[in-house]
Write a protein that binds this ligand. Sequence first.
Ligand code: PEP
Ligand code: MG
Length: 759
Amino acid sequence: MDSPLLGTIHRIVQSIDRSADLSHALDNLVVGIHEALNVDVCSIYLNNKITDSNILMATYGLNPDSVGNVSIPFDEGLVGLVTQLMEPVNIENAHLHPRFKYIPECGEEPFQSFLGIPVIHHGKNLAVLVVQQVSPRRFGDQDIAFLTTLAALIAGNIAFAKARGLIDEQGTDFSQSRGSFEGIAGAPGISIGTGVFSYNYTDISTIPDRKPEDIAEEETRFRSAINEVVKELETIGQKFGDNLPKADRMLFDAFALIAGDEELVDATIGRIRAGNWAQGALRDTIEWYAAKFESLDDAYMRERANDIRNIGCRILGYLQPKAQAEKNYPEKTILVGEDLSPMDLAIVPPEKLAGIVSGHGSAYSHLAILAHALNIPAVLGFSGQLPLPRLDGKTVIVDGYQGRIIVSPSDLEMKEYRELNAEEKLLTENLAMLQNEPAITTDGIRIHLYTNTGLLTGFTQALSVGTEGIGLYRTELPFMSKDSFPSEDEQQSLYRQVLEAYSPLPVTLRTLDIGGDKPLPYFPFDEPNPFLGWRGIRFTLDHPDILMTQLRAMLRASIGFENLRILLPMISSIDELEQAVALIHRACDDIRDEGHFISLPKIGAMIEVPAAVYQIESIARRVDFLTVGTNDLIQYLLAVDRNNELVARLFEPLHPAVLEVLTYIATAAKRTGTHLSICGEAAGDPALVILLIAMKVDSLSLGAGDLPRIKWVIRTFSYEHAREIWQQVRQLEYSAQIRRLLTDELVKHGMGGLIHPGG
Ligand code: PEP
Ligand code: MG
């Protein structure tokens, strides 16, 4: 396609982005297409899944009164045909087509030719774009290419604008949705609370609206922020003095002028007086200014939009600190953010954190793992689909079982979810009674249940659910939450607390698994493919100083206890394993040379890179135990980024290939007589656990929140029955069939509540 068309597409997309609401966005869209293709009619119909019909939402050329009033069932008319086929329908003489449906309200009798293009978002129909012409005309390939490209680009914007309309409760009844949005289940559970948006100070567009407590004070705050920024920009200009050519220095003066510009100040004050806090008012003014620049044809002037946003962020910087210090979290806070990190959770007082909603992330990201560990329902993966700042201050239900949130729920929804909450509480109470019972199948096969911890310091919860020890202590957090590598003494005292709290139960400390999605604030990893890069053992073997410090800290912490085990992450070759084991021996000798008595701890290797699976017997000969890291093993086996919400639905522990690999590992572990533990989030999936029983794994390591349910599964099934189920599963070729079969088994055994309360 030639560049003028690309330019046109860009402009149409921008005009949609800037529209105040869905109806303006769609009006801009149809007018833009009419102008670009010179067609007599351009209309857009939105899918309504509840009534199974397409509703006319905007038109250029048809009777404007029909907007919102014309609804065409999916199985009728040419528009319905586009929805059904999910592909373009291009017809020269539309009224002769068997699917043509005459709709008197539209006034479309004169239009002979028809081209309909589906608007598809994440594999689902969202809308149909239609262009029509009076004269019989077969639209050309160029027209189809233009509209298909445009449809693909605007799908996200339309979904977003639709969601925004629903959240703001301005939505017409085109969808009759109750403001329920599907994301990715991050951590199970149900909570009802108030949304608190955690915004990013460097991105002004993420600032939510809020009502100011005192408008006059808000005005003063804003004016003093402006004064500070103007002063700061002038000082920067002066600081460069003669080192910068005068013309460049003037840039800072220009910035200072923009920051103090009367129009900018007045417009923002106007918005404050209309009832928004200074940050929200500033966001609207800055976005309005930036949009003005972005709409200009001159590329240099368009680029100035970024300057405006930068200045906005600077002003924001002066408005923020006070606002943050004064933050009062509601009793039941649903923390919402575009890209929440494990660190963000720490900002909310723990007793108030009730739920988590994040734009980025999936069930296997570290945010989800932390939510699991804290037993806080989480739904993730809304990036680009929901205006998340708009959830600030709204009542939100987080359904971490179904991966769904409901914004401003109706009374009926509140009632329904309160009941589910009560059922869930009852189930938890019943499960608590199993605390002191062993995890043993009905025919006597014992599977040890350990917990994962380390991403947080509170580890007493795991003891209270009856864990048999720590199967995985992720040592990354103390490294991530500091501004330098922690010293040997700091690490030693932290590890000792855990070893002591659990003694004599075993504690498996994993060596640093930094990299991937766990960056260090003081040591940047700048890699194009971090998950295939300098991660885990690869990093620590390249930094024996850091690894030796950590090993010494672990060993010193274990003096007087006999419960330390050391686990090595991301092993992909025998060389790596041998080097790491040699360092453990060296560290042990060092400590003994210092006069302490310690025995060599048990050493384990993580099986989480596919290469390790196929060298498992060689690995097993060199270690005391094997731990499968299902999060990474599945990621690398299925080539699905564990953090990417776009492919999150492909991350399936019940994929037949994953199950075969797990069987291969279990068989090899048995053959070599090596203890096999399964960790990662999949170990908390009741459906997979039925098969892990059949594979006779020795232990599972899972989040404390998942332990009671998994114990229930183990105590309900017999090994013999699990084997039979496994034989049936091995005949199936589709993950969905496997999940259905296993879910049916859970339901048959009265455990539907593990999948969803009431289920
Ligand atoms: C895993 O990969 O399954 C695992 C337990 O380790 P992490 O999630 O920390 O990468
Ligand atoms: Mg891992």
